[in-house]
Design a protein around this ligand. Structure first.
Ligand code: T1G
Length: 690
């Protein structure tokens, strides 16, 4: 056999075990021996049934994503499944862990599937800009029906074993020794006798498909695609299962798959898949980790409450500290309400809510933080306030406790300097709402100890965050680049663009919303306060704030929001204000095209990313992509600003930045040296080589 596929016999049941750590991906070195083993077992008269199982922590978690974009090595997964499905003897997949993508498709090639009760099953290919390419779009609908299959494949979300059993995707669910019970399941099939119907021949669920309902569901899902091709292709492929013969469905699936896998969107999404994992590796794996048993959070406001929930959601006991009992109770009440909303939505069970709330301990006394292993402050964003808090923490925290600041911008070195333990200080920049947003910028200060850093990186993954280690500068990676992206916003308005025109260019690019809508959502008063603190002005945004137009929270900002609606309505008053401010500046409005808007917002975004790389604030370009996709809604189909720069053409970006630099002399348009090198070399890695 091979190191990756072995065969053992348990009576007349053959057990094929795949062993390809870490996730049993269906790599070529698995497909080839598996294909051979199945053919041999098919022809072996002593074998009455076949079980396919996996060693390690999971059943096959998919095709090997690293193989995409390279020449295909035969046998392909589809050929392996075809051999499997043609076997007349009963075949059973023993599923534990996560049977995903090509892994679930392999299992669909069996007559039966049995699952450990904690297993998950799904077809997440859409998250890679693909669709199931191993027959999943033809076989899954035959087991669970077209509409359930459509939802699973277009969302890419896995389902649990119990739901899979209920839906008909698995035939039995076990606890305990999965393999032994699967072998017994297979032996009983032998006794019962066949014939055993392959999935491809099961058409009864399809016959009941309500195509009109299916099309309505597909149309609803298409609205959320936001320019992504894969969700649309997934719906087409699943619909084919209802309307076409099996083999034609497979052929159509193959064509759709080949089109997607070669496209920029899938390349971008596969880039992000590996980029997130690369970023989460943080410092070297071999560093020791500090034990984190209890977390303290200072501040029970929006950020502090969200951060506390993020840790409680990860199972950590949390001590939540506020300055007064009234503020503390208000914060705890908000947390309770947030969990209640999740329960009402059905995304959290009532007992889970009680369990999580049971993890909270409220206090107004710093001394109560003495038993915390990690303490995160989320107090007012002012250096003096933060330094006072850290000074007090230095006095009460136990030795070795990690002291983290949630600052969005401030110098973590200066905060660390207000303690006697700078080696224990790190930044944990959560994004609001902290219990929801995935991104966590982990700020490595000059003296942050490597083991402290490694501890919080691993902890971040453990609570479901996407960690990116960043260096100290004003705004770290995300907010510093956000400032560059927004630097021209006022100029664009004064020169003739309208807020809705700029926002429309962004949404057509694939952003969930544009900068002006985003400002209204977050609250214009936040930027206004920051500008005043730094002696800066923004004539239009300041004027709006002076009129009390803070955005959605006040019913108007750059847009009007009627009767509490969140729908932005262009406001003639705002456009008149813009015209008046332009006249004061002697600026004559002109027509501004979409290209110019992109060049004056997204090109500076890329350029600032290049400067951040040059300064070592980010370790790699893909980290910056992870920040922007997970923290700011950069469209996944474009892979993040640094990946997109390659799609857009770095040479073109440099040329246009030079043009705007000549016309405005503004520093954000001065092309970074590393961007020029990227234009010459074609990759950020090559550009960074001396
Ligand atoms: N191919 C190659 N490497 C993979 C991989 C895959 N499918 N899945 C994971 N890895 C690597 C990953 O890069 C990391 O490597 C290590 O395994 C641990 O992963 C034909 C076309 C299974 C839920 O999309 O969702 O099948 O960083 O850190 O958090 O229709 O991995 O250690 O060097 O994520 O425990 C469809 C992708 C593929 C599933 C485990 N399948 N994987 O999560 O570990 S396309 C997927 C995951 C396909 C067919 C189509 C997760 C996981 P390194 P990890 P984890």
């Amino acid at each position: 056999m091979s190191d990756f596929v072995s065969v053992a016999s348990d009576g007349d049941v053959a057990v094929v075990t795949i062993d390809n750590p870490p996730v049993n991906a269906m790599s070529f070195h698995v497909r080839e021996p598996l294909h051979q083993a199945l053919a041999a077992l098919r022809d072996d008269p002593s074998v009455a049934a076949i079980v396919i199982a996996c060693a390690g922590r999971t059943f096959v978690a998919g095709a090997d994503i690293t193989e995409f974009g390279k020449p295909v090595q035969q046998p392909e997964l589809r050929a392996v499944i075809a051999v499997l499905e043609a076997i007349a003897k009963p075949t059973v997949a023993a599923i534990h862990g996560t049977a995903l993508g090509g892994g679930l498709e392999l299992a669909l090639g069996c007559h039966f599937r049995v699952a450990d009760s904690k297993a998950k099953l799904g077809l997440p290919e859409v998250k890679l800009g693909l669709l199931p390419g191993g027959g999943g779009t033809a076989r899954l609908p035959r087991l669970v029906g077209a509409e359930k299959a459509l939802g699973m494949i277009v969302s890419g979300a896995p389902i649990g074993a119990a739901e899979a059993l209920e839906a008909g995707l698995v035939d039995a669910m076990f606890d305990g020794d999965l393999l032994a019970q699967t072998v017994r399941f297979a032996s009983e099939l032998v006794v019962k006798g066949g014939p055993f119907l392959p999935v491809r021949n099961r058409n009864d669920r399809l016959g009941k498909a309500d195509l009109a309902a299916f099309d309505r569901q597909a149309a609803e899902l298409a609205k959320k695609a936001r320019g992504l091709e894969a969700p649309i292709a997934c719906a087409v492929a699943v619909r084919n299962a209802v309307t076409l013969p099996f083999d034609e469905t497979l052929a159509a699936e193959r064509e759709l798959f080949l089109n997607l896998v070669a496209g920029d969107q899938s390349r971008a999404q596969r880039h992000l898949f590996f980029a997130e994992r690369e970023a989460a590796k943080g410092p070297a794996k071999d560093l020791s980790r500090r034990k984190i048993a209890r977390v303290g959070v200072i501040g029970a406001g929006t950020m502090g409450g969200g951060i506390a929930m993020a840790f409680a959601n990860g199972g950590f006991p949390v001590t939540l500290l506020e300055t007064s009992e009234e503020a503390l109770q208000r914060g705890l009440a908000t947390i309770d309400k947030n969990y209640a909303v999740s329960v009402a939505r059905g995304s959290l069970a009532e007992d889970a809510k009680r369990e999580r709330l049971g993890l909270f301990k409220g206090s107004t006394d710093y001394a109560d933080l003495a038993d915390c292993d990690l303490i995160v402050e989320a107090v007012f964003e002012e250096m003096a306030v933060k330094q006072e808090v850290f000074g007090r923490l230095d006095a009460v925290a136990k030795p070795g406790a990690i002291l983290a600041t949630n600052t969005s911008y401030l110098d973590v070195n200066a905060i660390a300097a207000s303690t006697s333990r700078a080696q224990d200080v790190v930044g944990l920049h959560f994004f609001s709402p902290a219990n929801v947003m995935k991104l966590l910028e982990i700020v490595r200060a000059e003296r942050t100890a490597p083991d402290a850093l490694a501890t919080v990186v691993e902890l971040a993954r453990g609570i479901g965050k996407v960690p990116v280690v960043v260096g100290v500068c004003h705004g770290f990676v995300g907010n510093r680049m956000l400032a560059a992206r927004g630097a021209e916003s006022e100029a664009l308005l004064l020169e003739g663009a309208t807020p809705s025109q700029v926002d429309r260019v962004f949404t057509e690019f694939g952003w969930p919303m544009g900068p002006f809508q985003m400002g209204d959502l977050a609250g214009l008063d936040i930027g206004w306060r920051n500008r005043k603190a730094r002696g800066l002005t923004a004539v239009i945004a300041d004027a709006l704030c002076e009129q009390g137009r803070f955005g959605q929270k006040t019913g108007s900002g750059f847009y009007r929001y009627e009767n509490g609606s969140r729908t932005p309505v262009p406001d003639a008053e705002v456009e008149a204000l813009i015209r008046a401010k332009a006249a004061e500046k002697g600026t004559t409005p002109r027509a501004i095209g979409a290209d110019e808007i992109i060049e004056r917002t997204l090109y500076p975004l890329v350029n600032e990313g290049a400067k951040i790389l040059e300064e070592g604030i980010a370790a790699r370009a893909s980290d910056i992509d992870v920040v922007w996709v997970n923290g700011y809604g950069f469209p996944v189909g474009k892979g993040g600003p640094m990946f997109w720069a390659g799609l857009e053409g770095a040479g073109k970006i440099v040329e246009r930045l030079e043009y705007w630099h000549q016309h405005t002399d503004r520093p954000i348009f001065q092309p970074a040296t590393l961007l020029r090198r990227f234009a010459e070399t074609g990759s950020w890695e090559a550009a960074a080589r001396p």
